[in-house]
Design a protein around this ligand. Structure first.
Ligand SMILES: Nc1ncnc2c1ncn2[C@@H]1O[C@H](COP(=O)(O)OP(=O)(O)OP(=O)(O)O)[C@@H](O)[C@H]1O
Length: 250
């Protein structure tokens, strides 16, 4: 799973999207979006409600099919692959509303990911799941039913489930939403740790200060189009971003 720092510095592209578009019954939700994500990079994605951010994740993970365009992982076109094949290739994701198997324990939830996404044996999966639970601060809740966990722990579990699949590319969808400042800071430390282990991350988030703390680059969507892509400070100072996202006229 881990990549060496030199890979991160090499500028190799892990995910590339070209001319990506999605329509629902004639409603153009994603419009001709191009972007790359480098190996080991953290790309933050911002945009107003309804801008198309989650739809973009659904197109990458295979939860939805493209209307047109191409998405490739390490040069391999993904368009014809169903979601489970993309997971096996190393695409892990969280959902905005956590989707644990509520009646299963936290540990069992991870085991499903490790065995079916990472394709590990049960024995190897046990080891991975214990390590991931520890990293995510969930060891003491390993045997609790997922449905009985607090919001923060359900968010941690959502992340832990994705990590148990040993992703190369991790898609985080508004994982800091609804958390206190202190909880969000804990989550940021955890995401930094994941980043340092070499996982490439795309993070959709409205909690901008959390995103700014880890993003190498930011991309902004508005009405399905990319309106900015660059260094976080430059993007946040961009007059079009300030107008679209913060309602501030330049
Ligand atoms: N399966 C679907 N069928 C029809 N319309 C959809 C579907 N999924 C999303 N949409 C529409 O696409 C648009 C973009 O939705 P999306 O959830 O991608 O936005 P978002 O940027 O993630 O918003 P938020 O910040 O509120 O999560 C919205 O107008 C939404 O209603």
């Amino acid at each position: 799973m881990a990549v060496e720092p030199r890979d991160r510095a090499s500028g190799a592209v892990l995910l590339s999207a070209r001319g990506v578009s999605k329509s629902f019954a004639g409603l153009h939700v994603i419009k001709n979006v191009d972007f790359d994500v480098g190996v080991g990079e953290v790309l933050g994605v911002l945009g107003p409600n309804g801008a198309g951010k989650t739809t973009l994740f659904n197109l990458i993970s295979g939860d939805l099919g493209l209307s047109s365009g191409q998405i490739a992982l390490a040069g391999r076109p993904l368009s014809k692959l169903p979601a489970h094949r993309r997971a096996a290739l190393g695409i892990g994701r969280t959902y905005q509303i956590p989707r644990p198997y509520g009646a299963m324990t936290a540990f069992e939830n991870l085991l499903v990911s490790a065995m079916f996404s990472a394709g590990k044996s049960e024995r190897d999966s046990y080891r991975t799941c214990l390590a991931v639970l520890e990293d995510c601060g969930l060891s003491s809740r390993a045997n609790r039913p997922a449905g009985a966990l607090t919001l923060l722990d359900r968010k941690r579990l959502e992340l832990a489930r994705a990590l148990a699949g040993e992703p190369k590319l991790l898609l985080l969808d508004e994982i800091a939403g609804g958390l206190t400042d202190e909880e969000a800071a804990d989550l940021v430390s955890l995401i930094r740790k994941i980043q340092h282990s070499g996982v490439t991350i795309i993070w959709i988030e409205h909690v901008v200060h959390a995103l700014m703390a880890v993003a190498d680059r930011m991309m902004v969507l508005d009405f399905g189009s990319k309106i900015a892509d660059g260094k976080p400070g430059d993007v946040m100072a961009d007059p079009e971003v300030r107008r679209a996202y913060m309602g501030i006229e330049a």
